[in-house]
Design a binder for this molecule. Structure first.
Ligand code: NDP
Length: 298
């Protein structure tokens, strides 16, 4: 059988970012201001600093305003809530993102709940989770929305396809399963208590792996021709003589390549979609905030 096609998330994300950039310029022309994203980082977690820096740069590249708020690790909940309230009221701010995880003294649920749901471009607020659950328009978490975009681009109509989502987190697994259900796939959610996981995965026309375990999904779990979306980002221990280990997904890529019909690589698959969708969500928030109809085709 031929090797699987690679799903080029990097190219798809670049195209999406270019479209967002064009619309952001049109928005700025009409509204007299740029779409604005406020990013809040508490503490100095190195990975979070990299993500926040990348989000700021991506905003600038798309012609959006980025407002970074870097707070010390010992910030009190009252101080963070008061910043969020200011951002909720700020007319220049269309989207608010609080970088997770937060230091232990801060209650993540309470912080997310304080964000105006119409500025919750990460889609983590329970109002947006509820909107997704009942099929209303709202903000959908960026990573699963990026995955469904890649799947629809690759497969077109997903109606009737068997999909297995491995992982049930609130930010990836659950919304992914809901998006696939909305797209008329027949969806199974697998997790750490699932029995006979390889057999469950073998049923799937679409496999979405969001586990956080390096190369857990083996090639012989994959149905021949299936489409595999690997959300996992795991760094292996460094090889001798190297400073950093390789990044791998939750799927054993080389094995899956022999069996799948199409697969996302790690890196260069799902990862780049997350920021591109964040920009898209911010643009949509900006149009709604300004009382203007959002453009089609985003
Ligand atoms: P979580 O740790 O929140 O969730 C992991 C899920 O995997 C849980 O539902 C857990 O099950 C399940 N799981 C754990 N072990 C097994 C197992 N042995 N068999 C089956 N299921 C298992 O992770 P996230 O959802 O936040 O992230 C998942 C992965 O995606 C990570 O690698 C993360 O780095 C990556 N990620 C990538 C993003 C991107 O931009 N590309 C964005 C977000 C995440 P249970 O519920 O039973 O514990």
């Amino acid at each position: 059988m031929a090797e699987a096609a690679l799903i080029d998330g990097k190219a798809f994300a670049q195209a999406l970012r270019a479209r967002v950039g064009e619309y952001a310029a049109a928005f700025a022309h009409q509204a007299g201001r740029r779409p604005g994203l406020a990013v809040v980082l508490v503490g100095d977690d190195p990975a979070s600093q990299v993500y926040v820096g990348a989000k700021g740069k991506a905003c600038a590249a798309a012609g959006m305003a980025s407002f970074e708020h870097r707070l010390p690790a010992d910030t009190s909940e009252a101080a963070l809530l008061s910043l969020i309230e200011r951002l909720n009221q700020d007319e220049a701010v269309d989207g608010i993102l609080v970088q997770l995880p937060l230091p232990g003294q801060l209650d993540e649920q309470a912080i997310i709940a304080a964000i105006n749901p119409d500025k919750d471009v990460d889609g983590f607020h329970i109002i947006n989770a509820g909107r997704l659950a009942v099929g209303q328009t709202g903000f959908v978490p960026c990573t699963p929305l990026g995955c469904i975009m890649l799947l629809k681009d690759r497969l077109g109509d997903l109606s009737g396809l068997e999909a297995v989502v491995i992982g049930r987190s609130n930010i990836v697994g659950k919304p992914m399963a809901q998006l696939l259900t909305e797209a008329n796939a027949t969806v199974t959610i697998a997790h750490s208590r699932t029995r006979n996981l390889p057999e469950v995965v073998r049923r799937a026309d679409i496999v979405v792996a969001a586990v956080g375990r390096p190369e857990m999904v083996r090639g012989d779990w994959i149905k021949p021709g299936a489409t595999v979306i690997d959300v996992g980002i795991n760094r292996l221990p460094p090889e001798p003589g190297k400073d950093r280990g390789r990044l791998v997904g939750d799927v054993a890529f080389a094995e899956a390549l022999e069996v799948a019909g199409a697969i996302t690589p790690v890196p260069g698959g799902v990862g780049p979609m997350t920021i591109a969708v964040l920009l898209r969500n911010t643009l949509i928030a900006a149009y709604a905030h300004a009382g203007m109809p959002a453009p089609e085709g985003l």
